[in-house]
Design a protein around this ligand. Structure first.
Ligand code: ATP
Ligand code: MG
Length: 399
């Protein structure tokens, strides 16, 4: 077993010693069987949350009403969730209530896909009630039970299906695809933030074409914010993408570039997708750089405005869209060789200009912008007396 499981074994041992059952479940089991690295180890147990808490010194109630308690052990947190069933789902997302149960099988039965419904014992035994091992071998994503019912219960599972396809290079079982075709519209009931997370994971996955294929074929994309009018572009993307993107900013820069959005349209799209303001402004900046890269017109000012990190995002996106004119390393070097990297590095600031007799106000800002650009473009040395003279000259000519 991977060392993460070995490290977690004392936790399971403690729970078992108290007379309860405990297993590793979820993504870590699936990924181990696939030979992939694992991130977090999730534990499912027959012990009720209060029973779990009584067994360990340090716990955090991360989701105690759903049965989840985090056990802290030597700096690692283990999410431990009581076996449970769910019922209700009147809003197509959260169950109306969860019932804690003592049976592993019932717990695995509520999980989304068979490959996510495997349990692992500390001795390495796999518990597989729903033929998840067959599906892992066949590289197949298949809903546990009736897909129609499962997507009706929780519509987010449809997005999870396509993102797992992209992360794992798996096919989605035909009946599960049909379930998505039938229930796509229910996605509109799901919080956009949660759809956002899954969509980004889809494009970060190593085989995005695999997920995008079903995302488009089933019509699921139509129920994501603002995507309904962009079928052709999204479909072209599916065929263009050779591998996954490397960051969330790269994902949205790719989408906005591919959809040929203006700055304001990028704002609207990303707001509709409930994105953070930082992501929106980074995307706008990177999209401009993508266009400069595509046009072969990356000048010093573009380098300066884009910045190191977004230059690499932009060149990655341009590459995915078929432009390999620039080498990222060379762009970064050119950026590093700029005479300044922010206004703060100018040898003079507003105070100095005021001391030289320029009144505070908009023209002072304009003069600073002017010398900033002149320095970046290499027309002016970053040297205090030169900068002052140029600023005064600029304002005199304007007046
Ligand atoms: P990842 O590697 O992305 O963490 P994961 O399979 O561990 O993948 P999580 O979101 O961490 O996904 O969920 C852990 C487990 O909880 C899943 O493997 C699955 O068994 C179950 N699960 C998560 N979300 C749902 C859902 N919407 N419906 C049913 N079961 C779910
Ligand atoms: Mg997980």
């Amino acid at each position: 077993l991977p060392e993460e499981f070995v490290k977690a074994q004392p936790i399971i041992d403690t729970i078992e010693a108290a007379g309860f059952e405990a297993y590793y479940v979820g993504g870590s089991v699936r990924d181990t069987l696939l030979g992939l690295p694992i991130h977090d180890v999730d534990i499912a147990t027959s012990a009720y949350p209060q029973e779990v808490k009584s067994l360990f010194k340090r716990t955090v109630d991360t989701g105690i009403e759903h049965g989840t308690v985090m056990i802290l052990d030597h700096g690692t947190g283990y999410e431990t969730t009581t076996f449970r069933t769910e019922s209700g789902y009147q809003d197509y997302r959260r169950p109306d209530s969860v019932q804690f149960v003592r049976s592993l099988k019932e717990d695995l039965n509520r999980r989304d896909f068979t490959i996510n419904a495997l349990a692992l014992k500390t001795d390495g035994t796999i518990i597989d009630y729903f033929d998840g091992l067959d599906d892992l071998k066949a590289e197949r994503i298949r809903a546990v039970g009736d897909p129609e019912k499962r997507f009706n219960e929780d519509a987010l599972r449809m997005m999870r299906a396509v993102r797992f396809a992209s992360q794992l290079n798996f096919v989605i079982d035909p009946a599960t695809v049909t379930g998505i075709e039938h229930h796509g519209q229910l996605l509109t009931k799901i919080a956009v933030e949660r759809i956002h997370v899954e969509f980004v994971k889809l494009l970060l996955g190593k085989w995005p074409a695999k997920g995008l294929d079903v995302f488009l074929q089933t019509g699921l994309y139509q129920y994501c914010p603002d995507f309904d009018q962009y079928r052709d572009q999204l479909s072209q993307l599916q065929h263009q993408l050779k591998t996954g993107m490397s960051s969330e900013t790269a994902v949205w820069t790719l989408i906005a570039s591919k959809l040929s959005l203006t700055g304001n349209q990028i704002d609207r799209l990303l707001k509709d997708w409930k994105s953070a303001n930082q992501l929106i402004s980074d995307t706008r900046t990177a999209v401009k750089a993508v266009r400069a890269i595509q046009a072969g017109s990356v000048d010093d000012w573009t380098l300066y405005q884009t910045g190191r990190q977004l230059l690499s995002v932009a060149n990655e996106v341009a590459g995915q869209l078929g432009t390999t004119r620039y080498v990222t390393k060379e762009l970064i070097t050119a950026y590093e060789n700029l005479s300044i990297h922010s206004k703060k590095e100018l040898e003079i600031g507003g105070q100095d200009l005021m001391a030289a007799g320029i009144k505070p106000g908009p023209q002072l800002g304009q003069a600073l912008d002017y010398i900033e650009r002149q320095v970046v473009d290499g027309h002016l040395a970053n040297q205090s007396s030169d900068l002052k003279a140029a600023a005064i000259n600029y304002l005199n000519e304007k007046a």
